[in-house]
Design a protein around this ligand. Structure first.
Ligand code: ADP
Ligand code: BMX
Length: 302
């Protein structure tokens, strides 16, 4: 696998990219490391695989595919070395099991297509042209529909044969109580993710549509909502300390719509104060914001 240190030049990031998440699918035309065009559609987590693939192709078509365009797709779920896509949390994407997506897209688009997990793509983006530039041991945590992770060690993204490496949302937390869609008990994702934030609020009798609505209630001063958002941030702080114990990280970049929302990072940093100093890495917002995976997926490192 190529070492990322040789790929620091953002000028090399060109083409069409897709970021397929549990809530939204975004797509972009990237020109020399810049987003030149951007489109978004809503994810239907219950849709059949053919329809999910049609969504990806539709966004690419709308951006306008030319013969020479490089195409790469970042995805929620694990992506095996063979390019097979599989949801780990099957409640988020219910029909994604054992899909040979790389082959399917290559046949449809008549060119090589790189596919990779969304958070792994995001850490690569942040490493090449965002907040993790120059750090040898970096992680990206997305707090979004789920909680995902991408890790770079020694200038290389951590990728395993099964595609499971980096799935930090499925580690456990001392605050969790529920089973999650991965089948594991008491996971970080089951208590800190956008879906969990909404589910906890609904369980407590608050008629909210999604995590965003809970976040808005928190910003509006609703105490019940602040309690849920603070608890999510505390769990992410615990995760940061756990990851740092295992990997000796220098920096963690925080992304995803919950992670990027106003004041969330400050809550995680506040919770970090409970940890002894050695367990507190540098914690920053993803500099590339929502575009981290769209940019990182175009690097030739997977
Ligand atoms: P995806 O998981 O598809 O990558 P996002 O990063 O947008 O998408 O994360 C989706 C989650 O973030 C949902 O739970 C959604 O309700 C929540 N969310 C979306 N926008 C905001 C916002 N502005 N503030 C807080 N939460 C948000
Ligand atoms: C989940 C898992 C990860 C993903 C992460 C963030 C699934 C479907 N998803 O932990 O693969 O990286 O969520 O994904 O198993 P997002 O949908 O929140 O962007």
């Amino acid at each position: 696998m190529p070492n990322l240190n040789k790929l620091q030049n953002p000028e090399q990031l060109n083409g069409l990219s897709v970021d397929f998440g549990g809530t939204k699918i975004s797509a972009a035309r990237v020109v020399r490391g810049q987003i030149a065009d951007y489109l978004e559609s809503k994810t239907d987590g219950g849709a059949a695989i053919d329809s999910q693939i049609a969504q990806i192709i539709n966004l690419l078509d709308r951006l306008g595919i030319t013969a020479n365009d490089k195409i790469a797709v970042a995805l929620a779920g694990r992506v095996t070395k063979q390019g097979v896509w599989q949801a780990v949390n099957s409640k988020t994407l219910s029909d994604i099991g054992n899909v040979p997506l790389k082959q399917i897209l290559e046949n449809k688009l008549s060119r090589p297509v790189n596919i990779q997990n969304d958070a792994t793509a995001a850490v690569v983006g942040e490493y090449i042209l965002g907040a993790a530039k120059g750090y040898d041991r970096a992680a990206f945590i997305t707090i979004s529909t789920g909680v995902g992770g991408g890790i770079i060690l020694g200038g290389r993204p951590m990728i395993s044969e099964t595609g499971l490496a980096g799935h930090i949302g499925f580690t456990t937390s001392r605050s969790a109580t529920e089973i999650c869609g991965s089948g594991r008990q008491k996971t970080v994702e089951s208590v800190a993710s956008g879906n969990a934030i909404a589910a906890i609020a609904q369980k407590n009798g608050h008629a909210v549509k999604d995590g965003k609505a809970v976040f808005e209630a928190h910003l509006a001063g609703e105490v019940w909502a602040t309690k849920i958002i603070t608890s999510s941030a505390e769990v992410i702080s615990e995760l940061c300390a756990n990851l740092t114990s295992i990997l000796g990280l220098d920096i963690i970049t925080i992304g995803g719509s919950v992670g990027l929302a106003e004041g969330y990072l400050a809550l995680v940093q506040q919770a970090q104060k409970q940890e002894p100093e050695i367990f507190r890495p540098k914690l920053v917002k993803a500099e590339l914001g929502r575009n981290a995976a769209l940019l990182g997926i175009l690097a030739d490192v997977y």
